[in-house]
Write a protein of this length. Structure first.
Length: 354
């Protein structure tokens, strides 16, 4: 009986030891991953940007006084010359004020002229002559004001250009300073493109203007044209998050109209923009962060992995360009990213070049 009990106890101990050994083996099983090695950096010296022709120096034209629109003499697309009448307000009340002021000024001027003759004959006092002079000066000021008010009922083109749109119609009441016509300079061509903040930070870091002219082609128009840098925004667009840049050139024939699609080709080195240095890696090595636009990679060193934040400057058809966070020769994990933890030991099964 004792022998049977001892035998059962030994078998149980052996079974327990076997389970513990098996559990320890499971816990010690390594995580196998594939890796890629980061190659030498790539440089994008030539870049192309999609853009659009926009109205040059687009200016809203408005009346300097409030009133009802009597006439609008132009429509969108019309060419106008500097000084051309483009709209008029109802001037009945203003013209009446002008006529009254003119009559008072004429009367005051004649009274002053007669008063000077009377004073020379000592028929009126010096004080009476002073009063006549003051009345004439006041009447002249009121007449000049009435002249300006009448002039303000007419809206004339401040420069030669093309009407882009007319937001107001006849018989509408407009306030002083409220745009009635939008006018742009049709002797110039402006092209607007969008740039990322990474690329914008590379433009002329010394602040010097470099006389580089990129090549621009336009949809439906043969040939390429050279355009000069005009300006760029200092704040990103609220909707796209990118910065806007404008290029300019003189108008050509046939005319290039606003809305035309443009392709801008830039030699980054000649333009004084630092070449975009980065490392091409497969998309599979990138792990998205919790915030939009943040990415990480898992770097393998001495059989341990560490998560590193990287800056992705460009995504291409065959991978991504990482601008910072990794270096040539780094080993990056390319599989089982979700199973990785900081400092975890892994075993690489295969290695390839990025």
């Amino acid at each position: 009986m004792k022998v049977k009990t001892l035998t059962a106890a030994m078998i149980g101990a052996l079974m327990l030891t076997g389970c513990q050994t098996e559990e320890q083996n499971v816990k010690a099983s390594p995580l196998y991953v594939s890796t890629v090695q980061v190659d030498a950096p790539v440089k994008n010296q030539f870049r192309t940007f999609k853009g659009e022709v926009v109205p040059a120096e687009k200016t809203p034209i408005a009346f300097r006084s409030t009133g009802e629109l009597r006439e609008v003499y132009v429509k969108a697309g019309d060419h106008v010359e500097a000084g051309q009448l483009i709209a008029r307000l109802d001037d009945n009340a203003v013209r009446q004020t002008y006529n009254d002021a003119k009559a008072r000024y004429t009367l005051a001027s004649r009274q002053l002229e007669r008063g000077r003759g009377l004073r020379s004959n000592e028929m009126i006092s010096e004080a009476e002559l002073d009063e006549l002079q003051a009345n004439a000066q006041l009447a002249r000021a009121q007449f000049a004001l009435a002249q300006n008010q009448l002039k303000y009922t007419e809206l004339k083109a401040p420069f030669t250009g093309t009407v882009s749109d007319v937001p107001k119609e006849r018989f509408e009441r407009v306030q002083a300073g409220e745009p009635v016509v939008n006018l742009y300079q049709d002797d110039k061509v402006y092209v607007q493109i969008e740039l990322s903040d990474n690329l914008l930070s590379m433009i002329n870091p010394t602040g010097e203007r470099i006389p580089y002219t990129p090549q621009v082609t336009f949809s439906g128009i043969d040939g390429a044209y050279q355009m000069r840098y005009l300006e760029h925004t200092s704040e990103p667009n609220e909707q796209t998050g990118s910065y806007e840049m404008w290029l300019s050139m003189a108008q050509v024939s046939p005319e290039i109209l606003p809305g035309t699609t443009a392709t801008v080709s830039v030699d980054m080195v000649q333009a004084g923009i630092l070449a975009v240095d980065g490392y091409k890696v497969p998309m599979t090595v990138l792990q998205a962060g919790d915030e939009k636009g943040r990415f990480y990679v898992w770097k393998l060193k001495d059989d341990q992995v560490n998560r590193i934040e990287v800056a992705v400057s460009e995504v291409t058809g065959d991978g991504a360009i990482v601008a910072s966070g990794i270096s040539e020769g780094d080993i990056l994990v390319n599989s089982n990213l979700r199973k990785l933890r900081e400092g975890k030991k892994v075993e690489a099964t295969e290695k390839s070049n990025g």
